[in-house]
Design a protein around this ligand. Structure first.
Ligand code: GLC
Length: 642
């Protein structure tokens, strides 16, 4: 077949791929062609849903990119692909524990991170999300979320070679490296943006550019503002472009025009490139925003899922070891499709952030009440069994009070009032609150006040330590541990935010860096105080208690079949409203988790534990029969006694 011809049928696509693979070992060729045959329909469907007829020409072009990606894939990673094939649920294992950190703040640079692998291994970490480390624009760059070059590492951190080496070191310790794929926008300084400014039409078409405010004005009628404080609006005038460019986030983060198939091809190629550097999971940053449609909020459009399916097909052909993790901070109904619903089931992301669980944990701790969390989580549709939630208590971002009015009404609460209460509570304004959060992006139009702060400071530890009262400190530590235990027990891939294993408090110096002064999310993005980390070995210290509390729960977790991520958590009726209770029924084990969300002793009747026979608390090994007494902020994981 001549290279210019359009290959629309699978036979032709396979023949072309076979020719390109002629020089490869026979088993690799066989495997690749089998994968191509398997995922070609998903690729074609996804592209057709997004691009219509243009998919006919596009799909073979994308296959060429995937095949080229495979050709460049190192032998060690090809082997990893096969290993993952024989254990496709590896990331759903209860032994998984994630950790997220900025490379510079955790280890100084990439080699420094490699030197800290023993620390991660000691904690039981099996998955490491390093915050954006591909070359960003000069500061400010939103903590790296404004990428200037996806094929280079930030010079202060090292090189692409260092990155591959770090990935290999991590892999050797059983830790999978996750990196962000920032695909909604690039830095205004990215070569694509510069070439657009220089007048190259091909690159101007990579962005949404408008000559005047007419169309932007129409879009803005339905668009929410992400950063109303420091970057109001969703479009920015650019002198060089002589037009208004779409900028959902900051003015220097230019949204890419995914309606243009060339943009898709760039990212198909980047997926292969990063996979071949040894990245095992790609966090799809701000994925909800990819597709723009007039009259909508331009989030969660159906094409987002079609494009993800096509991109996932590329990865499954070229580098199937790689997982996709959706960062879609959206409501439950909009969230489910990111893990796959309808025809996309099993074909989009493997992991998605469980933002609601995180919000509900904080909400129920403030209210000392488990009824809303129960009602809200019950409304979640079950996810495809081959996918997993990424669960977390805190991450690098602020907390937005995603409490649904309908959920609140189900327990007789007013959604708006509860959200306002949570902002008051976590900013410490509510009478009796010990929380030390900072208000982030107060929105005068909606009344929203998001919150920044570390887990420990939000859990009241900072205030408690200042009080000097050991009983007060004890309660705050219990709250800190409880929040993590909910997440560890809920099922999914729990991801710890750096420093939470030591209960680090807010960073008082967060605003000293002038580039950070406007963005108080830096209050919970400290530099790792390694001297403080040493105290985890010293009995009687706060760090020792928190570290070992988490570490031992992580160990116990790894042995519970019911905590495999394919199993769903069933929320139990809150017969005691202060107790959050759920059951997890795996074929070989049922586990019932009870959490006292208050500082007062609580009880849970034995009849309300859906398990027969004698029980034991897996966390402590203590037999638990009769009614279950729960001390302040106590957690038990009940399983049948062997
Ligand atoms: C994601 C990141 C956030 C960033 C935004 C823009 O939401 O988590 O930190 O500001 O994307 O890239």
């Amino acid at each position: 077949m001549s290279s210019g011809a359009v290959r629309t049928d699978l036979g032709a696509v396979l023949a072309a791929a076979a020719a390109a693979l002629a020089g490869e070992p026979e088993h690799d060729r066989t495997v690749l062609l089998a994968r191509l045959e398997r995922h070609w329909p998903d690729l074609l469907d996804g592209l057709t849903q997004a691009y219509g007829d243009r998919a006919t020409e596009l799909a073979p072009r994308v296959v060429d990119l995937a095949v080229a990606g495979f050709l460049a894939r190192p032998a060690e990673l090809r082997l990893l692909d096969l290993r993952r094939h024989v254990e496709p649920d590896w990331f759903q294992s209860p032994r998984m524990l994630g950790y997220a950190a900025y490379a510079d703040r955790f280890g100084g640079d990439l080699q420094g991170v490699a030197a800290k692998v023993p620390y991660l291994a000691e904690l039981g970490v099996t998955y490491l999300h390093l915050m954006p480390l591909l070359a960003p624009r000069p500061r400010p760059n939103d903590g790296g979320y404004a990428v200037m070059d996806y094929r280079a590492v930030r010079p202060e951190l090292g090189t692409m070679a260092d990155l591959s080496e770090l990935a290999a070191t991590l892999r050797a310790s059983g830790i999978s490296l996750t990196l962000d794929l920032v695909l909604n926008h690039v830095a205004a300084e990215h070569a694509w943006a510069r070439r657009a400014v220089a007048g190259e039409q091909r690159y101007r078409d990579y962005f949404h550019v408008f000559p005047d405010r007419t169309i932007p004005g129409l879009f803005e009628q339905a668009l929410p503002e992400v950063f109303p404080d420091f970057a109001p609006g969703s479009f920015s005038w650019d002198e060089g472009l002589g037009g208004w460019v779409w900028t959902t986030f900051n003015t220097w983060q230019w949204d890419l025009n995914w309606h243009n198939p060339d943009v898709f091809c760039e990212f198909a190629d980047l997926v292969c490139f990063l996979a071949n550097a040894g990245v095992e999971c790609l966090r799809l940053d701000a994925i909800a925003f990819l597709w723009k449609r007039m009259g909508t909020d331009c989030q969660n459009q159906p094409e987002v899922h079609a494009l993800t399916q096509a991109l996932r097909a590329v990865a499954r052909i070229a580098a199937p070891a790689v997982l996709f993790k959706a960062e879609a901070i959206v409501g439950p109904a909009q969230l489910a499709p990111y893990l796959g619903t309808g025809p996309h089931t099993g074909k989009v992301s493997d992991l998605a952030y469980h933002n609601s669980l995180m919000v509900q944990v904080w909400s129920s701790l403030a209210a000392r009440d488990a009824r809303l969390v129960t009602a809200a989580l019950r409304r979640f549709p079950p996810k495809p069994s081959a996918t997993s939630w990424a669960t977390y208590v805190r991450c690098h971002d602020d907390i937005g009070w995603a409490i649904d009015d309908g959920d609140a009404a189900m327990v007789g609460w007013d959604g708006w009032a509860h959200r306002a209460f949570l902002s008051d509570f976590y900013s410490g304004r509510f009478p009796g609150s010990d929380a030390r959060g900072l208000v982030f992006q107060e929105n005068a139009a909606t009344g929203d006040r998001r919150i920044s702060g570390t887990t420990a400071s939000l859990a009241g530890l900072e205030v408690a330590l200042e009080s000097g009262d050991p009983a007060h400190v004890d309660l705050a530590v219990r709250r800190h541990l409880l929040a993590h235990l909910v997440v560890l027990g809920f099922g999914g891939l729990p991801v710890l935010w750096m420093g939470d294993e030591l209960a680090l408090r807010n960073d008082g110096g967060w605003a000293d860096d002038p580039d950070h002064a406007e963005d108080n999310r830096w209050v919970h993005r400290p530099r790792m105080p390694w001297e403080v980390a040493e105290r985890r070995h010293v009995q009687g210290t706060l760090e020792h208690r928190v570290w070992h509390g988490l570490r031992s729960a992580v160990r116990v977790r790894g042995r519970q079949a019911a905590l495999h991520a394919a199993v769903e958590s069933e929320l139990l009726d809150p017969v005691n409203p202060a107790v959050l209770a759920f059951a997890r029924r795996a074929p070989t084990q049922t586990l019932v988790a009870l959490h006292n969300m208050s500082e007062h002793p609580q009880g849970w009747p034995r009849w309300a534990v859906p398990l027969d026979g004698p029980l034991v608390d897996a966390l402590t090994g203590t037999p638990r029969d009769d009614d279950i007494a729960l001390g302040p902020y106590a957690v038990v994981w009940l399983v049948p006694r062997a």
